[in-house]
Design a protein around this ligand. Sequence first.
Ligand code: FAD
Length: 399
Amino acid sequence: MDFRDNPEEAAFRQEVREFISAEYKKDGDGGTVSAAQAASAGGPDAMKRYNAWIKKLATKRWVAPAWPTEYGGAGLSVMQQFVFNEELALARAPRPGGIGITMAGPTIIVYGTEEQKKQHLSGMLEGKVWCQGFSEPGSGSDLASLQTRAEKDGDDYIINGQKIWITGAQYAERMILLARTDPEAPKHKGISYFLLDMKAPGVSVRPLVNMAGTPGFNEVFFDNVRVPRKDLLGEENRGWYVGTTTLDFERSSIGTSIAQGQSVEDLVLWVKENRKGTLQPTAKMELAERSIEAEAARLMSYRVISLQNRGQVPNHEASAVKIFAGELNQRIANTAANILGLPGLLTRGEKGSANARYAPRNGRFGRVYLQSVASTIAGGTSEINRNIIATRGLGLPRD
Ligand SMILES: Cc1cc2nc3c(=O)[nH]c(=O)nc-3n(C[C@H](O)[C@H](O)[C@H](O)COP(=O)(O)OP(=O)(O)OC[C@H]3O[C@@H](n4cnc5c(N)ncnc54)[C@H](O)[C@@H]3O)c2cc1C
């Protein structure tokens, strides 16, 4: 395997690197990947910084770099997208993301009418937040069993039911929604896919605060919500197939594995500054293991991208790196807690509070630990399982 860039990739890498170094101001916390995450993890200031950065990226058409140029993207090849994501991660600059750009937009490009493309795509590039309304209290991995109903009423549909674990719903203007339009049909044949206006009367959102204190996901309730027919994406009762397309937009996780390598480096730096000569050999071994694992995660991401580059769809390969990286987050945070001692458990506090003063590295490791545990308890690996079951038809055929 050749890890080197070819001349075009090297030139593109240089262009991205120069742009970032000229335009991006580090905020010390880096690595935020979407508007919703900026808002939930960093509050209004992080959101402002994120939006300012997105405006700069827009000047290069790099907000949705993978989209075709006719829809405002840069039409980057698979390898160019990879180089772009890798350089952003190396610079700790936020990657434009979120459900709109990475999932809803590409699905609308495939299935949408011209009117739907005109109505929604440019708004996503300007930062409008979308959320994904698929999971329900009784339907997770077995997504096709979903019960939220969409009943026809003249030219509209009336939605009733509940969704859960909806990331960023409290900030979203639109939701990609799966709802049952034909309860008599086999379960995956009676579902339709809607582009729901979150401000429609009858939609209510209740945040679920995780153990890290972050309101990452939400419950969303629908009480006789009226959706016009123009907001149906694709054909009625064929929403399952539109939904599996959404779930097929896999990524290589290169941003995550680079950020993990950087976390380990940060930890080593902290040790050099604060614990020089006093670290136990077992702690040194732990650090070395984490460093090797972060490198393994990076190589697994390379495998995913090389499959995509050959025109193949990575499936278990992408899931494996996601599970490995999710568990590695916890191991890194555990190692950090062991090395930093009690102050390592502090998370970032308000300015001037004791936390702000004593939390090493701005409380980042304590936060990562709580978030990664919370996400696993909430079903991090089962989310991956759902994607495999849904897209590969294990017991749930595609046709
Ligand atoms: C961080 C995060 C963000 C999320 N954001 C969203 C979002 O924005 N929108 C959204 O719609 N959903 C979201 N989800 C929900 C996620 O998609 C669900 O958690 C997922 O579908 C799994 O469903 P469940 O939690 O009900 O687990 P279950 O389906 O009840 O699974 C429980 C356990 O059983 C196992 N299992 C289930 N079925 C099988 C099987 N057939 N074979 C073997 N093992 C099986 C699973 O692996 C898991 O260990 C999010 C989840 C997480 C963790």
